[in-house]
Structure formats: structure tokens, C-alpha cells
Write a protein that binds this ligand. Structure first.
Ligand code: ZN
Length: 331
């Protein structure tokens, strides 16, 4: 098939040979044609399949997932993202795998039960509260870096009775000071806001980030930092030699300097595709732009007029169908 039109083998191969897919100039033209063709396609209200009573996007095998994104094999979850095999959890981001009753946790997974406000805890933990990087541990409060621990508070060992007596008192105190009930504050993050996924999904300006008292990372490798010449890569990968790896190129989009590494050149030569004209960060942004945003709009199915919630904004060009109409149309 070429642009959704049936061709025979000779026609197809003749086209591929004439296009010269190793040429950057040709790939750009093909890309434009593909984008044009895609704009006429019907889109399903969400990306994924086999979900029941759920809202969100990029979901597979989910049941009762509310405002969930990038989740597989989950049940009874709310406001979660990037989870696999998770149950009865809320505000848990990354990554699940047999986890249950998790609340306000991040980067936690592998056989966990009843964790609250935890960061980077994994491998068989239960009943942890405000813990950071604790593994195979249970019944710990505000601990960091412990393995196979139990009844610890602030990394100090207590007896079961002491632990059960002290923890409610600490929680009561935290409620009075207003510290209880939320994940660790952003100001304590070891990463700058714009170094994290947050900047990709919820972008803020440097001024906004600093205004919130959060960290901002200034990239030193910028258009201004490099004063070398503007080199142009060969159009055709077949005419590209090893010497490109010794040179510095500028991103066609941002002007940021970048290099081609030998493994990258070998890969592009093997697949006969042209070398990238954009820096790695921009390539990541380009791929990211192909995903739908983490936001749901109220729309109606173009076919049956049923009300739907979808990550396709109302002003986008795609024709959006509810799942039922989409499946009837496609199969
Ligand atoms: Zn419909």
C-alpha cells in the first residue's frame, strides 16, 4: 500500500527506489504527505484497548480507572500514571507490578501493600509512610535508605509497642503543623523542575518555577555556547562518511550543538535512513509532541453524538469516534 492505495509489487518497489529513502530532502517530503494522509483518519476516543468504566488515555486491560494515563492491567485506580498491575490506588505514579492500596507514591513497585507518601520504595514493602528509598521493609515511618527494616522512625529502631504508640502521636503533630497528608514538598526535590517529566506534561516558565520556590536548571550547552561553523550533513546517507562523527553540527530547530556518534551512524547506514538534523533533546520533544496531552475534554462522538471525554482537544483536526463507533467502522 502507498498512501492507502493498493499497488502491485513492481509499482511499490519502483516507488521506494525512486524516492531514495536515504535522502533527507526526500524524507521530509514523504513526511509531509504522510501527515496530510493521517489528518483524514478516524481517531478512537482514547489510545488503548480492553478497558471498562474508565477515563484517561493510553490504557490497556483496565477496569474502574479514573483519570489514569499510561496504565496497563490496573483496577480501581484514580489519578495514576505509568502503572502496571496495580489495584485500589490513588495518586500513584510509576510503576506498580503487584501493588495495592498505594496513595501519593512515586517510583514505587514490585509487591507493595499500603504505602503512603513514599518515594522510590520497592521489593516487598508494606505499611510505609513518608519513606524514601526503602526496600523489603515494613511498618516504617519517615525513613530513608533502609533494607529489611521494621518498626523504624527516622531510621531509628523501636519495638513494636513503641512504634505503635509513637506513630499516631507524630501524625497528630503533623496534622497540627499542616505537614500531614501530602507528598514530599517540591522544594525538597533533588531535581530541577525542568529536568523532570513535570516540565513535559505541565510546562512552566523559568519565572513561574522560581516564583514557586522550586529549582530551575540552566542548560550550558546552548546555541550561544558554540562558536564554530554551521556545518551541513550530506543529504544522502549513502554519501555520508565516518568523518561526520568528528564534527559538531547545529540543531536545525534550536541551534544547539550536537554530535553524531559512530554507533548512530552505523545504525542509520544499516537502515539506509538519513542522519538527524535535530539535537537529541529536540528529537525527544518531537516524539513527545506526537502523544496526546494529559488532559480530557468533553466532546461528542462524531458519529453517534454520544458524550465522550477525550484527550483530543475540540479544535484538533482528527475525526473522533467513541470506542463502539470506532470498532464498528474499522472492523
Ligand atoms: Zn459513537
Amino acid at each position: 500500500m502507498l498512501f492507502n492505495e493498493q499497488k502491485n509489487r513492481d509499482q511499490y518497489e519502483e516507488f521506494i527506489a525512486s524516492v531514495g529513502i536515504g535522502k533527507f530532502s526526500m524524507m521530509e517530503r514523504v513526511r509531509e504527505k504522510v501527515d496530510e494522509a493521517l489528518s483524514d483518519f478516524i481517531a478512537k476516543e482514547f489510545h488503548g484497548s480492553n478497558t471498562e468504566n474508565s477515563t484517561g488515555d493510553y490504557l490497556r486491560n483496565c477496569k474502574n480507572a479514573y483519570m489514569a494515563f499510561d496504565c496497563d492491567d490496573c483496577e480501581d485506580i484514580r489519578y495514576c500514571m505509568f502503572l502496571d498491575e496495580a489495584k485500589s490506588s490513588m495518586d500513584h505514579s510509576h510503576w506498580g507490578r503487584n501493588t495495592e492500596r498505594m496513595y501519593e507514591c512515586q517510583a514505587c513497585g514490585y509487591d507493595l501493600f499500603n504505602l503512603r507518601f513514599c518515594n522510590l520504595c520497592w521489593s516487598g514493602c508494606s505499611n510505609l509512610v513518608y519513606c524514601d528509598q526503602c526496600f523489603s521493609s515494613k511498618d516504617c515511618f519517615a525513613c530513608s535508605g533502609l533494607k529489611k527494616a521494621q518498626y523504624c522512625i527516622l531510621n531509628k529502631q523501636y519495638t513494636k509497642e513503641e512504634y505503635e504508640n509513637l506513630v499516631p502521636k507524630i501524625i497528630e503533630h503533623m496534622k497540627q503543623t499542616g505537614e500531614w497528608g501530602e507528598f514530599f514538598p517540591v522544594e525538597k526535590s533533588i531535581y530541577a523542575y525542568n529536568e523532570t517529566l513535570a516540565q513535559e506534561y505541565y510546562p512552566l516558565t523559568k519565572k513561574e518555577v522560581l516564583g514557586n520556590g522550586w529549582q530551575w536548571y540552566d542548560d550550558q550547552n546552548t546555541e550561544e555556547s558554540y562558536r564554530g561553523p554551521n556545518l551541513i550533513l550530506p543529504d544522502d546517507i549513502a554519501e555520508t562518511n565516518d568523518d561526520v562523527c568528528a564534527k559538531i553540527y547545529r540543531c536545525s530547530e534550536t541551534g544547539k550543538p550536537y554530535k553524531i556518534i559512530p554507533q548512530e551512524l552505523a545504525f542509520h547506514k544499516r537502515l539506509s535512513i538519513p542522519l538527524p538534523r535535530r539535537c537529541p533533546d529536540q528529537r525527544h520533544r518531537d516524539r513527545f509532541a506526537l502523544r496526546n496531552p494529559r488532559h480530557l475534554w468533553d466532546r461528542e462522538c462524531k458519529k453517534c453524538k454520544k458524550a465522550i471525554q477525550t484527550s483530543y482537544a475540540p479544535d484538533r483536526p482528527e475525526i473522533v469516534f467513541c470506542e463502539d463507533c470506532y470498532l464498528k467502522e474499522v472492523y
